[in-house]
Design a protein around this ligand. Sequence first.
Ligand code: FAD
Length: 277
Amino acid sequence: MTGATAPPDGLPLPYRVVRRCPETADTATFKLLPAGPALRPFRPGQFAMLYAFGVGEIPVSVSGLPVGEPALVHTVRAVGAVSRALYGLRAGDTVGVRGPYGIGWGLERALGCDVLVIAGGIGLAPLRPLVLEVLAEPGRYGRLSVLIGARTPSDLLYRLQTRTWSAAARVAVTVDRPEAGWRGDVGVVTRLLGRGGWTPTRTYAFVCGPEPMIYAAASDLVGAGVPPHRIEVSLERNMRCGAGNCGHCQLGPLLLCRDGPVAGWDRAEPLLAVKEL
Ligand SMILES: Cc1cc2nc3c(=O)[nH]c(=O)nc-3n(C[C@H](O)[C@H](O)[C@H](O)COP(=O)(O)OP(=O)(O)OC[C@H]3O[C@@H](n4cnc5c(N)ncnc54)[C@H](O)[C@@H]3O)c2cc1C
């Protein structure tokens, strides 16, 4: 690796939290700036290993890539020790960052196609930079549809921003359990596919969320006529090294940190179909 900004291989670099935006009761979005040298640029769908000093390190996708600055944006949901420590960071705190890791979304393969984004829960985080890239260059793609599912209305991420997407895209939102005042859809996100408004033969789809949701969404898309290689999914496994060395994230022949986490459904489906692979 060469260049003034190249990090020592695999070592976390210090980044400073410059902004913390609470999203929900257990999720916050952080803008990080390098405290010294910066990592190489990230692409949508790639992830970093974020190190909460003294606690541990976890994979977290980039949820935003501000243009023209070396900033990284990450959205963290507190589910365990490390993610809770990251969630608790405040502006001015320092975090260790390694990356970029993984292959990103294959947005270049969707050129000229209608783009269909299906997100469940925190799965919207890795898809947000992809949506922003499509919105920034509308002439390169057909119609953009964004289907979002969450457990409850209080769990919806980026609420103000997703509303603004409606000006240029078809945005549909559903929740598993409504709360007082919710007048939107209730039910699993795949139900929104049944509404129409998208054309399978022209569609390139990007899907991220819990594995059962990915499975259901991809199966419905294939059933409707979208070829499996035009469905990309982002898979989660236990990741440690990020560089394809330790084998913790192996899924059949794939080391997901290196060969994924994004995979075409033509590759992912046969592997996910094998129990406990
Ligand atoms: C490629 C990749 C990208 C990711 N991107 C993001 C992201 O952008 N934002 C984000 O918040 N998380 C993301 N994750 C998930 C995140 O890495 C895990 O939540 C984290 O590793 C949990 O570690 P922990 O120490 O906090 O909890 P642990 O102690 O490891 O787990 C605590 C409890 O939470 C459960 N748990 C672990 N992971 C998850 C999960 N993903 N969802 C629900 N329950 C879980 C465990 O089963 C356990 O019961 C990503 C994971 C991968 C592999």
